[in-house]
Ligand binder design. Structure first.
Ligand code: DLL
Length: 444
């Protein structure tokens, strides 16, 4: 049962891996064609049948799936098994109306747990050590996904979930975990709370952080590593494809996320033309599941922006690696014609002194124009200095510095609003980086 490094799969030479992927792809295509009316119709409309898949390249002939398809078939219409065969469902909260629902058979849960176990091991976890799991438990896949993976790996799992930050700190001190999991923004909140109550976040037993579920930047990694004296690794996943554990960065290289490509086939496409982009170029991630039973997905368009690369990693693994997610297509702001992702702005903020990485972009639609304000908090030290120095010259200079930094790296002018420490709402799960305010449209 113990599983730290599945060398046979993770270090498989590419030809062998591709053969495995092709046979699993054929099986999945056959299954959805036979059992999911939505896919049968989409295949027929494209003039393709499962027997027409001869090579991995043929995947391009298959139809895409998008989030709306899940909503349109709410709750179980895209499942390939009878609901009697399910072991569990999860759902995403869904900002616009109904949630999107995903289902798992017992075999799916077994595969998912094994994949997350691999991910935790890739990120430095070991059997017998404690793992503090601060991802939210419930319909969100983060908490239970990491939980089952951690148990599968043989780690002592602390199912603390998100929230109650003081108790999190107590448990970290008393149980002495080596690994901590949670959204990067919430783990930062825990570290800041430790500082506030006079505890040294660098002095805990923690060695590795497994952070994901929201976009974060290299600068945020440095901030978390320095604050907590740990190695911080990126874990990626989405409920529609499985949940956490679709890809994970290794602690040896911290250089791209190893995709579980024995279970998923990944493509990167240009979201406008829908054509694949060359290796190394950025585009939208698209996943096809290769082993899922209850809810297989064909060419699921994630809306996440990243790039792919092949080649052996220094850790020895040969799986395809994805870059850090740069942002989501729907979180991308187009400010006076320039595409900007919140994570690019985060990079600039973290390079500036006197700021903490708590920020929000407020988008005010004013007729057909969008006005974007950047709200960011200053440090306690800067706030105290500002209170003593009532002419606020220091603040104006700081604003100018940020404005220039954002202008030179993201090519846009933003309205900067500096706020006292603690003013931006903290989240126990995914941080809200973009807030859209709607005002009346012109001519209405
Ligand atoms: O967030 C699953 C997860 C849980 C991943 C815990 C990692 C850790 P959803 O709630 O369905 O599932 O949200 C999926 O979150 O499409 C991305 O936009 C974003 N996301 C997930 N991981 C990362 C990451 C979980 N490492 C959506 N970097 C995805 C950037 C991420 N964005």
């Amino acid at each position: 049962m113990k599983l730290i490094f599945d060398r046979e799969i993770e270090c498989m030479e590419r030809g062998g891996k591709q053969e495995l992927q092709l046979s699993r792809l054929k099986e999945t295509a056959g299954k959805v064609y036979e059992r999911v009316p939505f896919y049968r119709k989409a295949f027929v409309e494209k003039g393709i049948a499962p027997e027409d898949i001869h090579t991995l390249e043929d995947i391009k002939k298959l139809p895409f799936t998008v989030k709306k398809d899940l909503r349109d078939h709410y709750p179980f219409g895209l499942f390939a098994v009878d609901t009697k065969e399910l072991t569990r469902v999860h759902a995403s909260s869904g900002t616009s109306g109904k949630p999107t629902v995903v289902g798992y058979t017992a075999k799916d849960i077994e595969n998912w747990s094994a994949m997350v176990a691999r991910c935790i091991a890739i990120g430095g976890g070991e059997p017998g050590k404690f793992l503090h799991n601060a991802y939210g438990y419930g319909l969100f896949t983060g908490g239970l996904g990491l939980h089952f993976g951690s148990e599968r790996l043989g780690m002592v799992t602390v199912p603390v979930s998100g929230g109650n930050t003081e108790r999190q700190i107590l448990l970290i001190e008393d149980f002495k975990p080596e690994v901590i999991c949670g959204t990067p923004s919430y783990i930062l909140t825990i570290a800041e709370k430790m500082e506030k109550i006079g505890k040294d976040p660098r002095a805990t037993s923690l060695k590795y952080g497994i952070f994901g579920a929201e976009p974060w930047s290299e600068e945020m990694r440095t901030a978390l590593e320095e604050k907590l004296n740990i190695k911080a690794m990126d874990i990626y996943g989405l409920s529609e494809v499985m949940g956490p554990g679709v890809a994970m960065e290794c602690h040896e290289a911290q250089d791209g996320l190893h995709i579980m490509d024995d279970h998923f086939f990944v493509e990167v496409i240009d979201p406008d033309t829908l054509e694949p982009v060359p290796e190394g170029e950025t585009g939208e991630l698209v996943f096809t599941s290769l082993t899922k039973e209850a809810f297989p997905v064909i060419r699921y368009r994630t809306g996440d922006i990243a790039s792919l690369r092949t080649g052996k990693c220094v850790c020895g693994r040969t799986s395809v690696r994805m870059s850090r997610v740069k942002g989501r297509i729907d979180d991308m702001l187009i400010i006076r014609g320039v595409n900007v992702f919140p994570s690019e702005i985060e990079d600039c903020l973290l390079k500036a002194e006197d700021l903490v990485p708590h920020y929000q972009l407020h988008v005010h639609a004013d007729g057909f124009k969008e006005n974007v304000q950047l709200h960011v908090e200053i440090t306690e030290a800067c706030f105290t200095r500002m209170e003593q120095n009532l002419d606020h010259v220091e603040l104006e200079l700081l604003k100018d510095r940020i404005k220039h930094a954002v202008k030179s790296s993201c090519l846009v002018n933003l309205d900067i609003h500096l706020l006292p420490p603690g003013s931006i709402p903290r989240s126990e799960g995914k941080a809200v980086r973009v807030v859209r305010h709607k005002t009346a449209q012109l001519g209405v």
